[in-house]
Design a protein. Structure first.
Length: 240
């Protein structure tokens, strides 16, 4: 039994190393075209009249390209295990920001996004860009599981006994089969078609939560949707 467990740990370690190598390669390949998108969108905006009806779309392209650059940097950090710059982060604000630029995504045209955010939620000690990347991964995963039709619910709350912030991302998608529940955070594990996923989103999400001293778990009944639950430590007093 111990030998089998050790074998699984070795396999997971090798998968993680492979994921880190792939993340680094993808990040370097994406950096150049993203830089071009940002440069040319800025040039277009500089020459475009303020009242041009197309200006809003160019601004969105620019903002989304910036977000992609942040995600690419996250992939590089994931591959290098670099230390993160931490500060006090408002989880509700970070979630609203992510929802704001993702709700126009074609994947969410037929999806109802509901928010139940605790207005008295305390700050957490975190890297805000990393938390945004975490939320993007979970929201995209939920949207893909619903295939463009359903309800996405995002909730936050405070757990005073544990002094932690609780974040939930629920969907009404296909759910997670029992035989897959123990593997969903493994690098490269995916139940999606090859063209629909790399199997890295949830493993990177798990890594981000782990770097912040938190926990992430999934609850699901096959065919009845899924809920990803995250716990993050509350920021200590004096943390900027």
């Amino acid at each position: 039994m111990k030998s089998s467990k050790r074998h699984q740990e070795l396999i997971s370690a090798e998968r993680l190393k492979a994921a880190e190598r792939l993340a680094s390669e993808i990040a370097h390949e994406l950096n150049t075209p993203l830089g071009g998108i940002l440069m040319y969108s800025h040039l277009i905006l500089d020459d475009m009249p303020e009242d041009d009806p197309c200006r809003e779309n160019i601004v969105k392209i620019n903002k989304l390209a910036h977000r992609c650059k942040i995600i690419v940097q996250g992939l590089l950090d994931f591959s290098k295990h670099e230390s993160l710059q931490m500060g006090s982060v408002d989880v509700n604000r970070a979630l609203r920001g992510v929802i704001g630029f993702m709700e126009d995504h074609v994947l969410f045209k037929g999806i109802s996004i509901q928010t139940h955010l605790d207005p008295a939620l305390p700050m957490v000690t975190a890297n805000e860009n990393k938390l945004e990347q975490l939320f993007i991964n979970l929201i995209l995963n939920a949207g893909e599981s619903m295939e463009g039709d359903g309800t996405l619910a995002l909730r936050t709350g405070f757990e005073p006994d544990a002094n932690q912030v609780r974040i939930e991302c629920s969907d009404t998608g296909n759910g997670i089969a029992d035989e897959h529940k123990e593997r969903i955070f493994e690098p490269f594990f995916t139940t999606k078609r090859r063209s629909k996923g790399t199997g890295l989103g949830l493993s990177i999400s798990h890594g981000i939560v782990d770097l912040h001293g938190g926990t992430i778990a999934a609850e699901s009944n096959g065919g009845q949707g899924s809920t990803f639950i995250i716990f993050l430590p509350v920021a200590e007093e004096g943390v900027d």
